[in-house]
Design a protein around this ligand. Structure first.
Ligand code: LER
Ligand code: MN
Length: 270
């Protein structure tokens, strides 16, 4: 398994669950010093980072790019893949494509989290899931040109009412025939939604493509009451060898949050 740590460049997301903030060169230096394999980037848009500079920075520190978040499309532009307005849905798909194009050359998949939106009002659950399935198919296809998948993240009930568990995610992908899309297991969301987190991970098994490694309180792994032994055993059992990425509050500060997470990663997942 490989380790990653989140870096947010999104002013509007301040207060959110990202470890390092705003200063990409400093974040890369710190991630490398602590022995992380990669960073996961949360950027306002595709033009927020110069690909050549990013490439140089990663090379300088021996880091990879694990994944690229797309939530800024929601946070800044209020876009969603299940917006009742067809124009808005098209804009949301376009935004995600540009983020896939940012990460693609680095082998880093884009993540669909909050961009999935919610159903309600004039939109039925069936309609929203239909739009989401269509969008994920198109975006999975777009990602395939870079030989990477698209990552889809079930969220807890307070953030979406579409797909909240790993088994619902597996059923959705398989039943709708969505190709080249993998699931993200965020342990914070799973702690709210799954009856048993280890069972949820095993249910995702061959569809699992990314893990957000965090504790029950969304503080860094090892601070809360998450039981990591069965989680580590489940990931080992299914042969998971991709990223466990620190998406946690920068608690008590970014440096200590990054240190705390890599210590837990080395203890349980390495
Ligand atoms: C994003 O990875 C996530 O976990 C969401 O809670 C963000 O809205
Ligand atoms: Mn997450």
């Amino acid at each position: 398994m490989k380790s990653a740590v989140t870096v947010s460049l999104v002013k509007e997301a301040e207060g959110g669950p990202f470890v390092f903030w705003h200063d990409l060169p400093a974040a890369c230096q710190k991630a490398a010093d602590l022995g992380y394999d990669a960073i996961e980037l949360f950027a306002p848009g595709p033009d927020a980072v110069d690909p050549a500079e990013l490439k140089a920075l990663l090379a300088q520190h021996g880091l990879n790019l694990a994944a690229v978040g797309t939530g800024a499309g929601m946070v800044i532009q209020k876009l969603s893949l299940t917006d009742p307005d067809a124009d808005k849905r098209a804009q949301a798909i376009h935004f995600v494509k540009t983020m896939i194009d940012l990460g693609g050359p680095f082998g880093a998949p884009a993540i669909i989290g909050s961009m999935q939106g919610k159903w309600g009002g004039d939109v039925t659950k069936e309609q929203a899931l239909g739009w989401l399935a269509d969008a994920l198919k198109e975006l999975g296809q777009h990602a395939s040109q870079y030989k990477i998948p698209l990552i889809y993240e079930p969220l807890n009930r307070y953030e979406t009412n579409l797909i909240c568990t790993m088994s619902d995610g597996v059923y959705f992908l398989e039943q709708a025939g969505i190709a080249n899309v993998v699931l993200l297991a965020d342990l914070f969301h799973m702690n709210i939604e799954e009856d048993d987190i280890a069972h949820g991970l095993k249910a995702a098994a061959k569809h699992l493509g990314h893990v957000h490694f965090v504790d029950s309180s969304r503080k860094p792994a090892g601070i809360g009451h998450m039981d990591y032994e069965p989680i580590a055993a489940a990931l080992k059992e299914i042969g998971y060898d991709k990223y466990a990425s620190a998406e946690a509050f920068p608690w008590p500060n970014p440096d200590d949050a990054a240190k705390q997470t890599i210590e837990s990663f080395n203890k349980y997942l390495k």
